[in-house]
Design a protein around this ligand. Sequence first.
Ligand code: F6P
Length: 360
Amino acid sequence: MSVVKRLGVLTGGGDAPGLNAVIRAVVKASANSGIECIGLEDSFDGLIEPDRTRPLTPRDVTGILRLGGTILGTTNRGNPFAYPVTTSEGTRDYSDRVVEMFHEMGLDALVVIGGDGTLAIAHAFCKRGIALVGVPKTIDNDIVGTTNCFGFDTAVSFATDAIDRLHSTAEAHRRILVVEVMGRYAGWIALHAGVAGGADAILIPEIPFDIASVAERLRERDRWGAKFSIVVVAEGACPRGGQRSLIAEAQDGYVERLGGIGALVCEALAHETGKETRSVVLGHLQRGGAPTSFDRVLATRFGGKAVELVRRGEFGTMVAFAPPDIVARRLDDVVGKTKTVPPDNDLLLTAKALGVTFGD
Ligand code: F6P
């Protein structure tokens, strides 16, 4: 058992439904073990700027289980090793300040809740001697070592509901409806929401698509008498021999922003099939709102397990879901990697067997 008396908790990167459920679980489990929790605001900013921290007691987290967002705030451009400040050098390394503030605040350990970027920063601070445990978060579900991240189920449920709604209008007008979903370089949201929503084509980053082959599948549906089609496109999907569609290049501490492929696919399918087509981008609607019950339970289990690992002194780890258990993984083994959809994924193969085209 470790002798942690004061535990810092922060949320980093893009938000995901379930962040507040993790914070609540960490605070409650800590309080019941005699550990004081300190909330750090806006990711590692809470350890860079003064007065960006506050004690968190069970009273402070009452009622937040079902809330989207994060009561601590978050940012996806707050890397202390390359902090974006307006100087001629562009960025500044504030990592020493983070380590100093960690000790000055009397913290014994941190729980860092974040996606691949935030967990990589956490890993670097582990190497600088900070005792910490990571909690994987992302709607994209692309973190290695865990079957699920909380937020994914909520995003898939929302996208599925949207596809259901688009079905009726697509059918009424005999149109092709193209739905662009998030997921960055992984096709998990598109694959799961596409299958759950009964899509006819699912285009994912792992399989470069041939638009002529997608169009042929949709024409075939027309020949059967199914005069409408639903196409789900992951934001990171790209045409064979082509490029990913970007809204903005990486700059000033921001990673590149994906998007726009849905509109391009829509236009190309209109041209190839001669049918009326429309496109919809689900965007941040997938990230907002209340977490599903699955995500609330997973987030709560992650938070509870993180405190257990802190108490046991198992630092440099990340909690993970290995059904039916919540386990610990070494951060060494998970950071810097992306969990993409493998070609032999059973859901992918099942969808193909059912006639869904992936444009390959
Ligand atoms: O990683 C989660 C995610 O929602 C991705 O699916 C998406 O590409 C990205 O974040 C968008 O981030 P933001 O709009 O916050 O920069």
